[in-house]
Write a new protein. Sequence first.
Length: 269
Amino acid sequence: MEKIQETVDFINSKTNNFKPRFAVILGSGLGCFCDGLDGINIPYEIIPNFAQSTVEGHKGELFFTKIDNKDTVVMKGRFHYYEGYSMDEIIYPIRVFKELGVEYLFITNAAGATNKNYKIGDIMMLDDHINFLGTNPLIGKHDKKGDRFPSMDDIYCDELKNLALNCACDLNIDIIKGVYLAVSGPCYETKAEIKAYRTLGADAVGMSSVPEAIMANYLKMKIAAFSLITNYATGVSKHIPNHQEVLETGQKSGKKLADLIKRMIHKID
Ligand code: HPA
């Protein structure tokens, strides 16, 4: 708690006590969200107790901006389990956001489709997830900021799912609801793993988002999460997934996801 307060005090000193109600986590190649927005950038490397982004396509800055005059904090780059970070380090920004006053969390990621009906560039809204990380950020001493055994029944809340569908309609964007399965990475999956995940009910697979969602749900934030389908998962098509194509699809199709989230923030009172 002392560490979190130190981080919050540092951020407040740089932002003149900005009070964001909205937070957005940008996944691989989704940096276009910030195009045309003014604000204050703080590199992770100068924020006390923050980890560093090590992945290409993840900038490593907190960006404090206004969307429709509403204070919003944007994570340009997140921390992944495959980078060797602990669960505590990965979810640390979510704890800080809670203390800054964040109520709504928008999570984005790049994901590979296990569902053959999906197309590259599709936006999948997370209806639910399957945690295949083999760990959970809530393991450890209970800090009593939320329930010891939190319900996951409405983790991606219906209110925001309905809002997303309405906003997609306003913007003439197609979105699909699906199940995201989180793996640790950094290897892409084997063909047998993807077959198994499909059988388990996954529509897309990726290496992030679930730790942050579990922590934000514990802290009673409202969460909406979206996957940009950047490739077919191994064996779903003849094409073999690679990081460059993940980044390129993000850059090509990321704008419609950015517009959708901005529209949602616009519509929340
Ligand atoms: N597998 C896991 N993570 C991913 C993929 C994938 O195919 N594409 C983007 N992130």
